[in-house]
Design a protein around this ligand. Structure first.
Ligand SMILES: NC(=O)c1ccc[n+]([C@@H]2O[C@H](COP(=O)([O-])OP(=O)(O)OC[C@H]3O[C@@H](n4cnc5c(N)ncnc54)[C@H](OP(=O)(O)O)[C@@H]3O)[C@@H](O)[C@H]2O)c1
Ligand SMILES: *C1O[C@H](CO)[C@@H](O)[C@H](O)[C@H]1NC(C)=O
Ligand SMILES: *[C@@H]1O[C@H](CO)[C@@H](O)[C@H](O)[C@H]1NC(C)=O
Ligand SMILES: CC(=O)N[C@H]1CO[C@H](CO)[C@@H](O)[C@@H]1O
Length: 340
């Protein structure tokens, strides 16, 4: 069967499901063509030390691949050693270069600490950190090793702790190169499905009776999406916090990588997966926006910004720039990582 290319299918779908053309939903799903081509537009990265979380598959895998093609020294962080080493072998076949494996389970703060320690034993500086790993819509009954909601705990708390532990290396990068290090946070336009009123309901983030009561007010799928939104909103707030607090040594931004075909959709109903498979661009394109952010010659332009596909500066809703919510979240995170 001959099908039209993904972008045409995308336009068709937008019509069928009656999303207003040029509305934020339709451009989130099907943005205009990319002007950025990683192989053509990224500078040579010889000597750069870069870490990508969730680098074994999907958007993270393609991020590692383009970085290797430009000769960066890349740490591929993954929770599963077998999957990580398989990915490294495959990448070596595709690029002729070898990424370095780093064992990291973002859903366990002890593992985050171990990963940071072993990274710091090998390297004295870190030039770019891609906080990319994450889970989407896992079963509501799954928690991190520290009893946090699995999405928020993996995506936000785990990355928060990792970034804090790696700050000395990020700051050493500035000292060594006089160029500010970068922290690139993969978020999603999905932050818009967080609670429109409160943004983050902190009771929903930890297993226990209060969360159960919160869940009982929502359908299972509504709760799942609400939690996804909270974690994506958390990414943006965290990135804003970093951009403000550590602008002396680093720049930080959050981004929507675009809707692309990856394993992330594996928890969705199969008919939706089928439509998405037909209409979404390949996972490699999901790497474009973050690669642009991680390698652009003018990092100042992206500090504290929210980026959208493909490789453009966007504008997040006001809730994502709430200082009050950011302060609340940072306080919460600081308490949660204490002692690990
Ligand atoms: N795909 C899209 O359309 C889309 C749209 C908007 C935003 N995003 C965002 O883009 C990012 C990458 O997504 P993707 O589409 O590339 O998803 P993916 O293919 O599912 O990749 C996610 C990666 O995160 C890793 N991961 C999950 N839990 C982890 C943990 N506890 N510790 C360490 N690593 C963990 C996964 O490892 P395993 O292989 O071991 O599971 C995998 O490498 C996500 O943050 C996602 O929210 C994607
Ligand atoms: C959370 O998980 C999703 C899925 O990967 C990922 O895209 C996102 O980058 C993760 N990070 C955060 C901070 O949510
Ligand atoms: C790691 O991945 C391999 C290969 O996909 C799988 O067989 C194994 O069960 C995974 N290990 C863990 C601990 O999840
Ligand atoms: C996933 C995520 O948000 N990661 C990081 C984004 O940037 C801030 C710093 O700005 C980190 O602390 C977050 O952990």
């Amino acid at each position: 069967m001959n099908l039209p290319p993904p972008s045409r299918m995308g336009n068709l779908l937008v019509k069928i499901i009656k999303i207003a053309p040029n509305s934020s939903l339709s451009t989130d799903l099907y943005p205009p063509p990319s002007k950025f081509e990683p192989e053509r537009d990224m500078p040579d990265l010889t000597g750069k030390i870069i870490l990508v979380t969730g680098g074994n598959t999907g958007i993270g895998y393609h991020t590692v691949k383009y970085l290797l093609l430009k000769n960066a020294r890349v740490y591929l962080a993954a929770r599963n050693k077998t999957k990580g080493e398989d990915a490294i072998q495959k990448l070596e076949k595709e690029t002729g270069k070898q990424a370095i494996f780093l064992q990291l389970d973002l859903a366990d703060l002890r593992s985050v600490r171990r990963a940071a320690t072993s990274f710091l034993e090998c390297e004295s500086r870190l030039d770019v950190l891609f906080n990319n790993g994450g889970v989407m819509l896992p079963p509501l009954a799954e928690f991190t090793a520290q009893n946090q909601d699995l999405q928020f705990g993996t995506n936000v708390t785990g990355h928060y702790f990792l970034t804090q532990l790696l700050l000395p290396a990020l700051s050493a990068s500035y000292e060594a190169t006089n160029v500010r290090a970068r922290v690139i946070n993969t978020s999603s336009s999905g932050y818009k499905v967080a609670s429109p009123r409160t943004g983050i309901d902190f009771v929903s983030l930890e297993g226990g009776p209060e969360r159960d009561a919160w869940l009982s007010k929502l359908s299972t799928s509504a709760a799942g999406w609400r939690l996804y939104g909270e974690s994506k909103l958390g990414n943006i707030l965290l990135s804003n916090y970093l951009a403000r607090m550590h602008s002396d040594v680093l720049v930080s931004c959050a981004l929507h990588p675009g809707s692309v075909r990856t394993d992330l959709q594996k928890t969705l109903p199969s008919w939706i997966q089928f439509l998405l498979d037909l209409s979404l661009p390949p996972a490699s394109m999901g790497a474009y926006t973050q690669l642009w952010a991680g390698t652009t010659a003018e990092p100042e332009n992206i500090n504290g910004k929210y980026l959208i596909p493909w490789a453009r500066i966007g504008q997040a809703d006001t809730i994502a720039s709430s200082r009050k919510l950011e302060d609340q979240m940072i306080l919460w995170l600081k308490q949660k990582v204490e002692g690990f």
